[in-house]
Design a protein around this ligand. Structure first.
Ligand SMILES: [Zn+2]
Length: 401
């Protein structure tokens, strides 16, 4: 595959959901999502692949002996975080179609079905819960809970599906479909700079770090910013600010990551000492003990600080995901196949992590020169994307032809 071939397919997708403020707004079940799905259907039609949507809204295109089991599934997701990059998700889907082109041009014939998949609501960018499509399919997400998830405008997932003529009443575990999948390979842009450091265009994932999201609620006393003496204040913003710094320090100590990307203040006026502050801590670490150490360290330091600030702190775990170790046999086989490609862990969650608990699963990463991800600056070189297509084609040939 040469870079120009990649670019000509890629250019068909890049205008969809591009926001005027920069980055992409490709929320699931939105107009942009429908346009992405239409692009997918057109790609499948062009390749005479059978198109199918499962009960959870995940979209498939099939090549090969369709009704046999033991399929090799490859693909990713279309949906983006708010103002996300072009590559996170769609690169895995576009590369899957192009890898099939490479195989066909080489005269390869699949002995197992090869499916290209677009999983729905992977980022949780619209409804707050990541990997909705794959979690529903594997039974990891209750369909009633999924139907009731709401977006920022109060629209439920069920209503959003209804509006596009998709049927939300049939959401739920799909064991028969899952049984028919023999392996899942997700190609994804790297969300860091490890491959750049290793001078390699493509790598293989070893594991996904354990990670979680915790909501800290700091409570104090709302009061006048102009008349309340500093000594008289119970200002929860101070405790919240301390938490942000403590999280950074605890993460650094264990070689993990900590981020506070969302803070809410009540009443949220510039001239009022807040009564309540909520802050969301996202933390990730190489293993569970490190992650526990970050959280315990932050909590104990924040509790001390709250005493000084005369505030209260409560912590709620919103999501916790354990370490995902990808299938060792498959990982080593693919790394060897790709000429000793670097094998690296990642701190980011993926549908592959959900599938990995059920079927042999692997991930390929394509180099990201800047490491920027979940932001408009996310970018991979066309040459590297083409190398990713070739790597995926080699993997599909190895597993399915
Ligand atoms: Zn992604």
């Amino acid at each position: 595959m040469d870079a120009a071939e990649f670019r000509s397919l890629w250019d068909g997708l890049t205008p969809i959901g591009l926001s005027q403020q920069g980055g992409y707004l490709r929320y699931s079940w939105s107009e942009a999502d429908q346009a992405c799905r239409n692009w997918f259907r057109a790609q499948a039609d062009r390749r005479d692949m059978e198109i199918e949507t499962d009960k959870n809204g995940n979209l498939y295109a099939w090549w090969g002996p369709r009704h046999e089991r033991n399929a090799v599934l490859t693909g990713s997701h279309f949906d983006s975080v708010p103002h996300g990059g072009a590559y996170d998700g769609p690169l895995g889907i576009a590369s899957a179609f192009l890898a099939i082109d490479v195989l066909r041009e080489a005269g390869a014939k699949p002995r197992r079905p090869i499916g290209v998949v677009a999983f729905t609501e992977e980022e949780g960018g619209r409804f707050g819960v990541p990997c909705v499509g794959s979690r529903l399919m594997t039974g990891a997400l209750d369909p009633d809970r999924a139907r009731g998830l709401t977006d920022a405008d109060g629209i439920t997932l069920a209503e959003a599906m209804d509006a596009t003529a998709a049927d939300p009443t049939i959401l739920g575990a799909d064991p028969e479909r899952l049984d028919g999948i023999g392996a899942f390979v997700e190609l994804h842009i790297e969300q860091g700079r490890a491959l750049d450091g290793a001078d390699a265009p493509v790598g293989v994932a070893s594991a996904i770090w354990p990670h979680g999201r915790w909501r800290f609620t700091f409570t104090g006393e709302a009061n006048h910013a102009g008349t309340t003496l500093l000594a008289d204040r119970c200002d929860p913003m101070l405790t919240a600010a301390f938490m942000v710094l403590a999280a950074r320090k605890e993460a650094r100590i264990v070689g993990g990551l900590a981020t506070v990307g969302r803070v809410e203040s009540d009443p949220g006026a510039a001239n009022v000492i807040p009564g309540t502050v909520r802050a969301w801590l996202d933390a990730r670490a190489p293993d569970q003990a490190d992650l526990d150490q970050i959280l315990e360290g932050v909590q104990s330091k924040v509790n001390e600080r709250a005493e000084r600030d005369r505030t209260q702190v409560s912590v709620t775990a919103e999501s916790e995901t354990p370490l995902v170790d990808f299938d060792g046999g498959l990982r080593d086989r693919l790394a060897a196949l790709l000429g000793s490609a670097p094998v690296l862990p990642t701190g980011a969650g993926h549908d592959a992590a959900i599938l990995a608990a059920h079927v042999p699963t692997a991930m390929l990463f394509v180099r990201n020169r800047t490491g920027v991800s979940h932001a408009p600056g996310e970018r991979a070189d066309d040459e590297d994307c083409a190398a990713g297509v070739d790597a995926l084609a080699a993997v599909l040939r190895e597993l399915a032809c």
